[in-house]
Ligand binder design. Structure first.
Ligand code: ARG
Ligand code: ZN
Length: 871
């Protein structure tokens, strides 16, 4: 059953203090909680009945009020709720429960990962530890005592500062932690294990000394230097850009292998999926380095945007996630290249978030209802949420935005607030009205802008007419006009930036305020007929239709002063070319052997003044996933064939150029994950794959040589992927050698699993099944599962087999995991939720599998996604 934002009421009780004791044990862990409760003066419901959240996995041993043990008739314990019939106005509730972390396969609450104990409480995991008011607007001061066997658990951590340590009567060790900041239960964390630590420190802007610690299992401690460096740079950046200082004396991060998501911002004790923390040149690719840096920053930034100021309820999730993603994106942009970072983020958004917005799970960044909140940790909440914050930044400017964020943090420090409060602070600090803009928070779907133009040579005026339309989404048949900032520049015939008069001012770039269904904007003093450079920097998360000619796209690709739009133009050109080929494929026609893309690429490869990373991005053809998102009816085989063919044409036409670029972008210095080296490697490896695609024997020898000589994972894995993708004679040999070399490095094995599962060969699905039986596979580990199933998803032949076997296999895994790990099972459903977008033969097979899943006894997570997909 769904819960609704409109039904929000304040909690009936508050918990001023929470005292927890964990007696850790291999078979049963005893949790004793002492909750200092009182009625909420703000509550309209004056009731003495206290309703606490629990879980089927929590066994109640006993409950007492102010030391009076309650007899069974004074409480009820059913349907995961503990209800205490009558309570005083203010009291201490003591509750003793038993849990079995070793049997917790859902990885929510307290669970085991390898030899450690760890927690994940967001969003509603704390109720699987003990009975509580498990909602983010109940904020409490936590004191936590952990009792454990010192030989197994020499390290025992929780939030805040360690205040006491000693021995119990039975000779076990206890450690007590106290967190002076009040927080909701979702930010609670506990870790115990035999861990190694890297120590460091940071002096804050006001001169306070903070101890920094990163903990891992022993064999991984050599891979956290980069994370530590990223942490220190994040701390400094938040001081400089947002004026935000860290507030405790200690900041800890722990890496765990089994984790449903990327990482978690628990106060003073972040817990990370090891894939988002560990990095070394030999085992980690450049992409993964950048991800570590971004996730470390993201979780650190939550200390203010999320922890000091938190969410009133889970409908407000984007309040902290959208804002924090915007903050981590800005940090990465400042650290490396802003254009490259923007292209990467936008291309991800347009591929994955747009697809989500066009599917059955489409929701606004502030949903109006949900069945299971875990299903709403989505690209819409995170990535589109960040775009909405970015638009506010565009509307207010750097300084105005900072005034707004200062006011927001100052006004709401220590509170649990809403998205309205965030926007209100932005408005109040700047004296602006964002009421129409706020529709972005409640309206789902990707708006579409249709742009037409005309140039009056006589009057030297240029006008742009912009229409906006947001398509219907589930439960939202009609949409209102949004306030959309559209950044525009004009490019002249010989690639010069054309200035113009707009709003009485001469300028060469302007932000148009699109806020009606149709508007015309007139630019004056435009000396010649321009090519419009629209939506620069992707100033709004919308689809844009303007009927560019090939010549105009080629011109923008080489001449637009906005780097982002140079990439955009190249993508549009490639999309147009791919669409022609897709049509030819579907009509059984011959593929054309020529494309204007060759001319564009040639100019690009010859221009040595360009950032190699940008060149690499432009060379990257629109992905299978992006072309699917754009398609009316998705035909995976046609998209794949078109992409291979287009790459082949460019590869053959520019063989010499690719060879040259490959050779001239070698990095000779020792590996570093800095912008300059990453850029060179990305271009070098992009050129390599085209060169190999040309069929040249020299290229084939070069790629195998690169594999064997590589001293870093980026180059080694790029070469291996190329060998496997083009199915060179060495493919089997090198895949085996790779596994043998890295079988003791879990994160590298995951890459091997993914590449092996994605490998297109005749018996693709059999290969995937064999991987799931492989000794290195472990279904309990979400990373391994994501590798294999993710690899299968990329394997067009195996996954989209017309006989439906790929979909059936995925459905089998979903059914298997449905109860074991509902969060993961629900995420695996994503490709099937797109069934209505597929060509009819595939749509029918996908739908059949969804119906088969629907006949099972489903977890809330899977039920919500499957039932909405079939509705
Ligand atoms: N707040 C975390 C982050 O974005 C994500 C945790 C979500 N976990 C979950 N099980 N839904 O940084
Ligand atoms: Zn987050």
């Amino acid at each position: 059953s769904a819960i609704y934002l409109k039904d929000y009421t304040v909690p009936n009780f508050l918990i001023d203090k929470t005292e927890l004791t964990f007696d850790l044990d291999e078979t049963q862990t005893i949790v004793t909680s002492r909750l200092h409760l009182r009625r909420n003066p703000e509550s309209k419901v004056q009731t003495s009945a206290l309703v606490l959240d629990g879980g089927e996995d929590v066994k109640l041993i006993g409950v007492a009020i102010d030391e009076y043990a309650l007899p069974e008739q004074e409480y009820t314990n059913k349907d995961d709720k503990l209800i205490i019939t009558a309570t005083p106005n203010e009291f201490v509730l003591t509750c003793e429960t038993m849990i079995e972390p070793q049997n917790n396969t859902k990885l929510e609450g307290l669970y085991r990962s390898s030899s450690m104990f760890c927690t994940q409480c967001e969003a509603e995991g704390f109720r699987h530890i003990t009975y509580y008011l498990d909602r983010p607007d109940v904020m409490s001061i936590f004191t936590t005592t952990i009792i454990g066997d010192e030989s197994r658990y020499p390290v025992m951590l929780s939030n805040g500062n360690e205040i006491e340590r000693g021995k119990t009567e039975e000779g076990k060790t206890f450690v007590t932690w106290h967190d002076p900041f009040k927080k909701p239960a979702y930010l609670f964390a506990l870790v115990a294990g035999d861990l190694e630590v890297l120590n460091d420190n940071f002096t804050t802007m006001s001169g306070r000394d903070v101890k920094l610690q990163i903990f891992t299992e022993k064999h991984n401690i050599d891979k956290v230097d980069f994370a530590m460096d990223s942490l220190k740079r994040s701390m400094k950046w938040d001081e400089e850009v947002y004026g935000r200082e860290y507030d405790l004396d200690i900041f800890m991060i722990v890496a765990v292998d089994d984790f449903n998501m990327g990482a978690m911002e628990n106060k003073g004790l972040n817990i990370f999926n090891s894939s988002c923390l560990l990095a070394s040149p030999e085992t980690t690719t450049d992409d993964a380095y950048l991800r570590v840096e971004a996730v470390v920053a993201h979780e650190y930034f939550h200390n203010w945007s999320g922890n000091r100021v938190t969410c009133r309820d889970w409908f407000q999730l984007s309040l902290k996630e959208g804002f924090t993603v915007f903050r981590d994106q800005s940090f990465s942009a400042d650290t490396h290249s802003d254009v490259v970072k923007r292209v990467e983020d936008v291309s991800f958004l347009k591929t994955a978030q747009f697809a989500e917005d066009a599917g059955p799970m489409s929701h606004p960044i502030r949903p109006a209802s949900f069945i299971e909140i875990s299903n709403f940790y989505t690209l819409t909440i995170y990535e589109k949420g960040a775009e909405v914050v970015r638009m506010i930044h565009t509307l207010l400017g750097e300084e105005g935005f900072r005034k707004g964020s200062d006011l927001y943090f100052e006004r709401h420090d220590g509170q649990a607030v809403t998205c309205d409060d965030f926007v209100k602070a932005m408005e109040d600090a700047n004296g602006v009205d964002l009421s129409q803009f706020k529709r972005w928070y409640s309206q789902a779907g990707t708006p579409r802008l249709t742009v037409t133009d005309s140039y009056d040579e006589q009057a030297q005026t240029y006008s742009l007419t912009i229409q906006q339309m947001t398509p219907p989404t589930p439960n939202q048949p009609t949409k209102l006009a949004l306030h959309i900032p559209v950044k525009v520049g004009l490019v002249g015939q010989s690639n010069e930036a054309l200035s113009f008069t707009f709003d009485g001012q001469t300028q060469d770039e302007v932000v148009l305020h699109v806020n009606d269904v149709e508007q015309t904007f007139v630019f004056e003093n435009v000396m010649s007929k321009p090519v419009p450079s629209l939506l620069r920097g992707f100033s709004a998360p919308v689809k844009l239709d303007y009927d560019y000619s090939t010549e105009q796209l080629l011109q923008l690709m080489s001449g637009d002063p906005d780097g982002f739009n140079r990439w955009s133009a190249s993508q549009q050109l490639a999309v147009n070319e791919l669409n022609k080929l897709i049509e030819q494929y579907q009509n059984g026609a011959q593929f054309s052997e020529e494309t204007p893309l060759v001319e564009g690429f040639k100019a690009l490869l010859a221009d040595e003044s360009l950032d190699p990373a940008m060149v690499a991005l432009i060379l990257g053809l629109p992905s299978q996933a992006y072309m699917s998102e754009l398609a009316d009816k998705i035909d995976p085989q046609a998209i794949k064939a078109a992409r291979e063919h287009l790459r082949g044409i460019a590869a053959k036409a520019l063989e010499v150029e690719f060879k040259h670029v490959y050779e001239s972008n070698a990095v000779s210095e020792a590996y570093q994950a800095n912008a300059e080296q990453i850029a060179k490697r990305s271009l070098k490896n992009a050129a390599l794959s085209y060169w190999v695609a040309s069929g040249s024997d020299e290229a084939k020898a070069a790629v195998v040589r690169q594999y064997r000589n590589a001293d870093n994972m980026t180059d080694q894995f790029a070469a291996l992927s190329c060998v496997v993708h083009f199915n060179l004679a060495e493919a089997d040999e090198l895949l085996n050698a790779f596994f043998e070399q890295w079988k003791h490095e879990a994160l590298v094995v995951n890459k091997w699993l993914m590449l092996s599962a994605a490998r297109e060969q005749e018996n693709g699905l059999e290969q995937v099944k064999a991987l799931m039986e492989h000794p290195s596979f472990d279904i309990k580990n979400p990373n391994k599962l994501r590798s294999v199933i993710g690899g299968l998803g990329q394997n067009v032949d195996a996954f989209h087999n017309l006989d439906g076997s790929g979909y059936a296999f995925l459905a089998d895994q979903i059914i298997l995991l449905n109860k074991r790990n509902p969060q993961i099972a629900s995420r695996l459903c994503t490709p099937l939720t797109r069934w209505q977008r597929m060509v009819p033969a595939l749509a029918e097979k996908m739908k059949g599998e969804l119906e088969r899943i629907a006949r099972e006894d489903l977890s809330k997570d899977v039920y919500e996604v499957v039932s909405k997909s079939l509705a």
